[in-house]
Ligand binder design. Structure first.
Ligand code: PHE
Length: 482
């Protein structure tokens, strides 16, 4: 049997794993959710959840992956009788996330091009239109949406075809440090704008958003916890098998515990840094602009660049390039989660490394879903969405108000927290947490946090995750079923 090729170095692994974690979720989700949910209070709750759930699931997944040396589907099959199907849940989540992630990644590429157009005063720039008009026009231009979406899908495929060491690791080892430098450049520019400090107050000062009318009322503690929990899952790329897959390519001599901790910390730090860039920019230059979701990225931020004067397009290009990098390093991990399974299977059956063919086949399916999301244009074009017809037009719940939300709710809202919950139940109660200890202590490493890990994985983490899942269901379905 051919040898399974993995990461060339621990740095490469870290950049790929942090790259998977750092993505659109960090840029538009974290800073806004923090501001709207009590600022510093949210941060503290997020950090506690990251410690008792995020770190535990991250370490658990890396260990499962490295122990079995296989992608999510085979890993669960090898380890468990009761939970052997959980890997499939992960692969299905990866598909659904990819559908809208690639569409949004395509939008980011479009915005790099748009700002370039503004820089050289070409017809493909904003042509004097406001951020909202440009975005509205783009959303209803189905052909353009599909073309950019497919460009993003194709880039993702090409990198994954290159393999883990050759494609993913190389791209992330350059892309992630570059992303960080671009982020710092943007932060420095933004924080020196007048009124930028209001953005900092929005993000960090508890109660500021309510006192200043940015949001109507403070959410209750339960909803803050479930928002923070949902954000954490998506942001850390856990609960669906991406980290199992990356872990399976890691050398046995590397320290799993330390790596898990670094990934969680880096992801949170970069989310905070992204916040230091986008939120103050909105308060300084587009005080009525939306604070989260696609509109924050594509309307509010474009208005910000339009109002920066002649340097605006340059910062626009840097900023959207940074977002493209963040999105690509995440989408390749999603695609790899699916492709790894088929490549492993082919190798087990002695058919050799069929990575290129399987990457292509998987990508075709992803492309189909992505095209649906692009054609829908965030609901602008009224493409039929499942279940939507069951509701009156003014009572459509979030889970089916457009294709993006539909795929997002199934994957991020249900499958990921459910996958995380099942994983901890398996580790805590079926295989036993010793599995993680043994794997972490390969080649003389010591697992310092074992007592803590054991207690969390058995009791605390599953309990928190059940709560998060309940909160997410309630949020998404708007009290429909729960
Ligand atoms: N973590 C990514 C983000 O924050 C999204 C993602 C989820 C990537 C799951 C891979 C797996 O945007």
């Amino acid at each position: 049997m051919e040898e399974r090729k993995g990461f060339g170095s621990n740095f490469g692994f870290l950049m790929a794993a942090v790259g998977s974690a750092v993505g659109l979720g960090n840029i538009w989700g974290f800073p806004n959710k923090m501001g709207a949910n009590g600022g510093f209070t949210f941060l503290i709750i997020y950090l506690i959840l990251a410690a008792i759930c995020g770190f535990i699931v991250m370490l658990g997944e890396l260990a499962i992956g490295r122990k079995t040396g296989a992608g999510a589907i085979k890993a669960y099959k090898v380890l468990s009788k009761k939970f052997k199907w959980v890997g499939w849940l992960g692969v299905a989540s990866a598909f659904f996330i990819l559908s809208f992630y690639c569409a949004l990644g395509g939008y980011c590429i479009k915005y790099v091009v748009l700002n370039f157009g503004n820089l050289i005063n070409a017809g493909f720039g904003s042509n004097g239109l406001s951020g909202a008009d440009v975005f509205g026009g783009f959303m209803t231009n189905q052909l353009e949406g599909v073309i950019f979406g497919l460009i993003f899908v194709a880039i993702t495929m090409i990198i994954v075809m290159g393999g883990v060491g050759g494609g993913i690791e190389k791209v992330c080892s350059v892309g992630m440090p570059a992303l960080f430098v671009m982020l710092v450049i943007c932060i420095v520019r933004v924080l020196t704008l007048e009124n930028a400090v209001d953005g900092l107050k929005y993000m960090f000062v508890p109660g500021w958003a309510v006192a200043n009318g940015v949001i109507e009322e403070a959410p209750n503690l339960f909803s803050v916890i479930s928002t923070a929990g949902g954000q954490m899952f998506f942001s850390l790329s856990i609960g669906m098998g991406a980290m199992i897959t990356y872990g399976s390519y890691l050398n046995k001599k590397e320290n799993l515990e330390k790596n898990a901790l670094i990934i969680v910390i880096m992801d949170t730090l970069i989310a905070l840094c992204a916040g230091l860039c986008v939120i103050p920019a909105r308060f300084a230059l587009d005080p009525t602009g939306k604070l989260g979701g696609p509109s924050l990225l594509f309307v509010t931020m474009q208005n910000v660049f339009d109002r920066m004067g002649s340097v605006g397009p340059i910062f626009g290009i840097i900023f959207y390039l940074l977002v493209v990098f963040a999105a690509i390093s995440s989408s390749i991990s999603l695609l790899e989660t699916v492709v790894a399974h088929f490549v492993d299977k082919a190798q087990d059956e002695g058919k050799g490394d069929k990575r290129k063919s399987y990457s292509l086949i998987t990508t075709i399916f992803v492309a189909i879903l992505c095209v649906i999301v692009c054609l829908d244009g965030l609901g602008s074009n009224g493409v039929w969405v499942p279940f939507q017809h069951l509701f009156a037009p003014d009572a459509i719940p979030t889970f089916c108000d457009c294709w993006l939300d539909f795929f997002d709710c199934i994957s991020e809202g249900i499958m990921m927290p459910l996958g995380g919950l099942l994983m901890t139940l398996m580790l805590g109660w079926e295989t036993g947490p010793d599995l993680v200890k043994e794997e972490s202590e390969q080649e003389g490493n010591k697992m310092k946090s074992f007592g803590y890990f054991k207690f969390c994985v058995k009791f605390i983490t599953p309990l928190c995750m059940a709560l998060i899942l309940y909160g997410q269901l309630k949020d998404f379905f708007g009290g429909l079923f729960v």
